[in-house]
Design a binder for this molecule. Structure first.
Ligand code: NAD
Length: 432
């Protein structure tokens, strides 16, 4: 079956078809699995947008994911970030695969366009802040390039609809786009969720998911920085750029529960707030949401970034038993009587696998397009945030089709001003 012919339901049931297949096999070096280079993509040239920690990591993962990969263009709103990313890649033993001359290193607000439009670039790696993703992705698809995009893919309903359009156009153009939802490529998730879909737990009753991860970085304002420069550097703390913790970070677990349940929930209700964030941070530091799924199951979801005991896991309970799924750890399914149904331990490297799958698809002439799944999981996280921010119950369908919320600034210049940050207050913050 061609990957592009997978329906969304099939995808939700099986996880990533290619990943499931690849991970079922014993772990072999990534380059071997990607196959021998075929003529059109004998060499695959990648460009990177957003050269921070993950962007640099994604570039290294891509360069190691198969033979014949080269980094030929790089762009960040800040030149020093692009330069330090190149330096880090070279110091990481990848110098021979980095071929970015001065005129292929871009900065400024339009750096993304220059990377995308670089004539040599076949595949664009997107790792700028999530609030930029709909814009960057639309340009990527318009230019007819393949891509790897980090999660999440939007921060509000208008962004969601933009990504839907990009996904539709990408499908029509035959583009392949893989996403940074690494758990879909983690063998312990694939094994456990396949067993759940095959009925190992019986009918699903409820789930719990936790993303409680201590603190997060905060980048002080530097002398001379405009509002735009400051917020783009300290992006995590501004909702229009990060979407808040529930979207930026916890989307990983929300995506896992959507995958288990076979799609997005009907609605979200919950609350949250902030107690320990720095003064100008807009985002909550704790959010608790109940999600109701069409199959009648509920997920009790909680995330925080506060000092204390961190925990990141998913628990799924059915009529016959329950599952515990830990990232980069173990998945265990047991009966209610305590008998083990399945155990699966994480192995390999899901961060490399996502690129290996993309390059293998290009070389095999198959389309691999994952945007809709990430987009639905991102909107699931967004409706959780909106429920917490407003105190209202928020429907997925309403947000997908009717909400007018667009957090992206109307006017933006690198040296420009932005409205003062505000923390949402239920009752005062309205659903739009
Ligand atoms: N899959 C994972 O496990 C994982 C882990 C960490 C981060 N991420 C994701 O990766 C992305 C980047 O996170 P990070 O940790 O690398 O953050 P980071 O702050 O280290 O890097 C972000 C980079 O984007 C640049 N940037 C900001 N605005 C830009 C713009 N308009 N155009 C171009 N570049 C811009 C910044 O200057 C910075 O260099 C986020 O979407 C995040 O959610 C995913």
């Amino acid at each position: 079956m061609n990957d592009s012919s997978l329906s969304r339901r099939d995808f939700a049931r099986t996880g990533l078809a290619t990943a499931a297949g690849a991970l079922a096999a014993s772990w072999v070096p990534a380059a071997a699995r990607a196959g021998a280079p075929s003529s059109r993509y004998a060499e695959i040239r990648v460009g990177l947008i957003g050269c921070g920690g993950r962007g640099t990591g994604a570039a290294a993962n891509a360069l190691r994911a198969a033979e014949g990969i080269k980094l030929v263009a790089i762009g960040d709103v800040f030149r020093k970030k692009a330069m330090s990313s190149l330096e880090a890649l070279r110091a990481d033993g990848l110098a021979e695969l980095v071929d970015c001359p001065e005129d292929s290193i871009y900065d400024g607000l339009d750096a993304y366009k220059k990377v995308i439009e670089h004539p040599q670039v076949d595949v664009v790696l997107h790792a700028a802040p999530p609030g930029m993703r709909p814009l960057h992705l639309a340009a990527n698809v318009a230019a007819g390039k393949h891509a790897f995009i980090e999660k999440p893919c939007c921060v509000d309903p208008v962004g969601y609809r933009s990504v839907q359009e990009s996904a539709k156009l990408a499908r029509e153009k035959g583009l392949s786009i893989v996403t940074g939802t690494i758990f879909r490529r983690s063998n312990n998730y694939v094994d456990g969720i396949r067993a759940i879909h095959e009925g190992a737990l019986g009918d699903l009753l409820f789930a719990q998911a936790r993303y409680c991860s201590g603190g997060i970085w905060y980048r002080d304002r530097e002398a001379g920085q405009s509002d735009v420069e400051y917020q783009m550097n300290n992006w995590y703390h501004f909702t229009w750029l990060s979407g808040d913790q529930i979207v930026e970070q916890a989307v990983h677990n929300i995506d896992c529960i959507n995958w288990v349940m076979g799609g997005a929930p009907k609605r979200a209700y919950g609350s949250g707030g902030q107690r320990v964030r720095p003064a100008d941070s807009e985002i909550y530091d704790h959010t608790a949401i109940d999600y109701e799924y069409p199959n009648g199951a509920t997920c009790s979801f909680f995330c925080n970034q506060q000092p204390g005991k961190g925990m990141v896991w998913n628990r799924i309970v059915g009529t016959k038993g329950e599952a515990w799924i830990h990232p980069f750890g173990k998945t265990t399914l047991t009966t209610h009587g305590g008998e083990t149904i399945l155990q699966s331990k994480y192995k390999g490297d899901a961060y490399v696998q996502e690129h290996t799958d993309l390059f293998a698809a290009l070389r095999a002439g198959k389309q691999l397009l994952e945007l809709d799944e990430l987009n639905d999981s991102t909107l699931t996280a967004v409706i959780g945030r909106l429920a917490a921010y407003t105190g209202e119950e928020v429907s997925f369908e309403w947000a997908a089709k009717e909400s007018k919320l667009d957090t992206y600034p109307q006017q933006m210049e690198l040296k420009g001003a932005l409205p003062a940050p505000t923390v949402a207050v239920p009752g005062r913050t309205k659903l739009v």
